[in-house]
Design a protein around this ligand. Structure first.
Ligand SMILES: C[S@@+](CC[C@H](N)C(=O)[O-])C[C@H]1O[C@@H](n2cnc3c(N)ncnc32)[C@H](O)[C@@H]1O
Length: 393
């Protein structure tokens, strides 16, 4: 059976709460969505389809191609089942092998132990059939086999991604409290960013939001910034298929942007980093960078989007200072941004109340295990400040 041409179940994983946006992306690429859960979406396709998914999805973490689900009550049965798979038709014995997994089972209290069992099954099979055994280890630089085991049906996948797709590869200077690129993309999808109006990003830090906004608006796929994928180490891989997908993606890139993208930060160092990252991503020319207090940021004529990701604060002194900052953000949007749609992304829901405007929508996210909200404000000329109480849930 040729996995490159045989459709199977594919599970695309993502950071928690990104699955509605990942689902939207899969549908836009004309993949069927068979199931959606909090950190992933299930679809169907061949290994060849996995090339496109890896290169095109902005909100994904891993693209997992299912090989087999089976019943097992203990690790010994998992070993036996896995040794029965014809790994010799999937992995060259000269390929470096990594095993990863997500296992919650009463018979397993150590993930290293079960990963070792999986590795042993693959290696023992390859040695028996070919007389050679692959090198193995934790570096995601070759073929990757993934075991998912909850309750009594383990499932084994080929992880076609390797390193996570949630990092988009251009950000060499992450700066202070940066947003993960996949999360930034998802928040922009939540803000219905289509590139059809100006985008203003005060407090831009390392520039992730402005850069992702430029990438989306010019049709640059995240796969254009990375060359290392686990699918390239699976038997039957054809370099020409991969190059053809990359070529198609390059041809889709728009040379110009009809609207301004403005990114500002009070820190000169942050703007240096943001500019460097934008250059790495090939979108420096589309972003106007400014070093200034957020309230001095240039504002194009509305309609436009203004998107803030202020600090969340940890220490008390910091929090008191940040309360004032969030209040000022609210005042600024109310007084200066009439006709705009405003967004505030924050992991501190108490501070969010200090913005003092009534959000029209509150969209739930997670960032590094922190419960976060993206708050949407329609900024009419007469936007009212509201009482600090009960504005944010
Ligand atoms: C949480 S970080 C933004 C991170 C950004 N989204 C990223 O992915 O890198 C907040 C940024 O706000 C900036 N900042 C803080 N107070 C500011 C102010 N009054 N005016 C402008 N920028 C400010 C900080 O320098 C910091 O870079």
């Amino acid at each position: 059976m040729n996995l490159w041409t045989t459709p199977h179940k594919i599970v695309v994983t993502c950071l928690k709460r990104l699955s509605p946006f990942l689902e939207e992306e899969l549908r836009a690429l004309a993949f069927p969505v068979t199931r959606t859960f909090s950190n992933g979406v299930e679809t169907t396709g061949t290994l060849t389809d996995c090339i496109r998914l890896n290169l095109e999805l902005r909100c994904a973490s891993q693209v997992l191609y299912s090989l087999k689900a089976f019943k097992a009550e203990h690790p010994g049965q998992v070993y036996d089942q896995l040794k029965g798979i014809s790994w010799e038709s999937v992995i060259e014995p000269s390929t470096y092998l990594t095993v990863t997994g997500s296992v919650t089972h009463p018979t397993v209290n150590n993930s290293m132990f079960i990963n070792m069992k999986v590795k042993d099954a693959v290696v023992d099979r390859l040695r028996a059939k070919t007389g050679q055994r692959p090198d193995s280890g934790p570096d995601l630089k070759g073929a990757v086999v993934n075991l998912y085991w909850k309750e009594d049906i383990p499932e084994v996948f080929l992880d076609t991604s390797g390193e996570t797709l949630a990092k988009h590869g251009y950000r060499l200077h992450p700066g202070r409290a940066p947003m993960m690129e996949a999360l930034a993309s998802a928040t922009l999808m939540a803000a219905q960013w289509k590139g059809d109006m100006p985008f203003v990003n005060p407090m831009c830090g390392s520039g992730t939001l402005a850069i992702e906004a430029a990438l989306m608006a010019t049709g640059r796929a995240p796969g254009l910034y990375r060359d290392q994928y686990a699918f390239r180490h699976i038997k039957g891989y054809r370099e020409e298929d991969y190059r053809a997908v990359r070529e198609k993606l390059s041809q889709r890139v728009l040379p110009k942007l009809p609207h301004r993208i403005i990114a500002s930060d009070i820190s000169e160092g942050s703007i240096k980093q943001a500019r460097f990252n934008a250059r790495q991503a090939g979108v420096e020319e589309f972003i106007e960078f400014e070093v200034c207090d957020f309230a001095e940021t240039s504002l194009p004529q509305p309609p436009a989007i203004i998107f803030f990701n202020p600090e969340y604060g940890e220490r008390l002194g910091e929090l008191q200072e940040l309360e004032k900052t969030y209040e000022r953000v609210g005042d600024f949007m109310k007084q200066k941004c009439a006709g705009y749609t405003g967004y505030v992304f924050t992991g501190n829901l108490d501070l969010a109340k200090k913005v003092g405007l009534k959000p029209q929508r509150r969209i739930e996210f997670f960032s590094a295990k922190l419960d976060c909200r993206l708050l949407k404000y329609e900024l009419y000329s007469g936007s009212k400040r509201v009482n600090d109480q009960a504005v944010v849930s």
